[in-house]
Design a protein around this ligand. Structure first.
Ligand SMILES: Nc1nc2c(ncn2[C@@H]2O[C@H](COP(=O)(O)OP(=O)(O)OP(=O)(O)O)[C@@H](O)[C@H]2O)c(=O)[nH]1
Ligand SMILES: [Mg+2]
Length: 293
């Protein structure tokens, strides 16, 4: 059988389940997930190596209209970057929902690009027949290479998606060693896992005012000693993140630490601080430090 290898760029409106899908396909939780939109802020590579094909998935932020800050614009700029630059784009929509925002994402993927549509969250559809009119409507939006209904949650139809992807990828040798899972380092994942807890524990506004900086990451024997700072924009936000008696910060930190231990496969010490960096979401210098160039 010919060997294939290529990049697969994810794109879609916020919250359609792109990161959940990447994690499901890679079989490891690499990309953080939450119920809130625009959880993902960076491009994250997840690599799947099979005897006949290497799939290099790239997760991306969901594109959200209305540019609120410099951070927001930076996130939006990379929303369809992975899909535009990859060998194949995976356009992820929610079962039975195709909104103007979905259409806008699809239109920003160039006509010449190969696109596979993934209809995610089919576990929320009781009867398969209920999905058919939606699939028909979707098929008119563009000449897709394939339309594959899946559930990232249950894993339903994921093998079919791999099959459709393989057919769309170019022939070639593997680009990465067979045991490589990602192009990001542990420092990156440490920051992301703590950021995920902010998304889980905080209200609708504050997660977008926060980010995480890893101040130090040291391997001491089998222990990873990590010091992290949560950045907030205003003095008034700090006590909200810390919580009464420091309870909330403690809870978020232990949840993040447990996830890190699982991903890294070893004990982690995590120290956390909260610092105010006035209006950092509009500060180009801070944004550069955080990796949003
Ligand atoms: N029922 C169901 N829920 C799902 C499925 N896939 C994802 N979700 C949920 O949908 C929400 C959003 O998932 P994410 O994976 O963070 O979505 P995303 O597209 O990466 O979102 P952004 O990074 O914000 O663009 C989370 O609450 C997930 O648990 C699925 O197959 N079925
Ligand atoms: Mg995401």
């Amino acid at each position: 059988m010919t060997h294939r290898c290529g990049t697969v760029g994810l794109a879609g409106r916020p919250n359609t389940g792109k990161s959940s899908l990447l994690n499901r396909m890679v079989g490891t939780k690499l990309s953080i997930v939450s119920e809130k939109p625009q959880t993902t802020r960076h491009l994250i590579t997840g690599i799947v190596t099979r005897p006949d094909c290497q799939y290099v998935f790239v997760d991306a932020p969901g594109q959200q209209p209305g540019s609120k800050s410099v951070l927001h614009r930076a996130i939006n700029r990379r929303a369809t970057q992975a899909a535009r630059e990859a060998d194949v784009a995976l356009f992820v929509v929610e079962a039975r929902r195709f909104t103007e925002d979905d259409r806008r994402v699809l239109e920003s993927i160039p006509d010449a690009q190969k696109v596979i549509a993934v209809v995610n969250k089919i576990d929320t559809v009781k009867k398969h027949a209920d999905l058919i009119p939606f699939l028909q409507r979707l098929s008119k939006a563009r000449a897709f290479q394939a339309i594959v209904p899946v559930s990232a949650k249950t894993g339903r139809n994921i093998p079919e998606l791999f099959k459709a992807l393989r057919e769309a990828l170019p022939e070639g040798p593997a680009a990465y060693p067979a045991d490589q899972l990602t192009d990001r380092d542990e420092r990156f994942f440490a920051a992301e896992l703590l950021r995920e807890k902010l998304f889980e524990a905080m209200g609708d506004e504050l997660p977008y005012r926060c980010d995480v900086v890893i101040d130090s990451f040291k391997q001491e024997g089998r222990l990873r000693r990590i010091e992290a700072t949560i950045l907030v924009e205003r003095d008034s936000q700090k006590p909200i993140v810390v919580g009464a008696g420091g309870e909330r910060l403690k809870r978020m930190a232990s949840a993040a630490r447990r996830d890190m231990e699982k991903l890294f496969g070893g004990k982690v010490y995590l120290g956390t601080w909260v610092k105010v960096r006035k209006a950092w979401t509009d500060d180009a210098r801070v944004l550069r430090q955080l990796g949003y160039e």
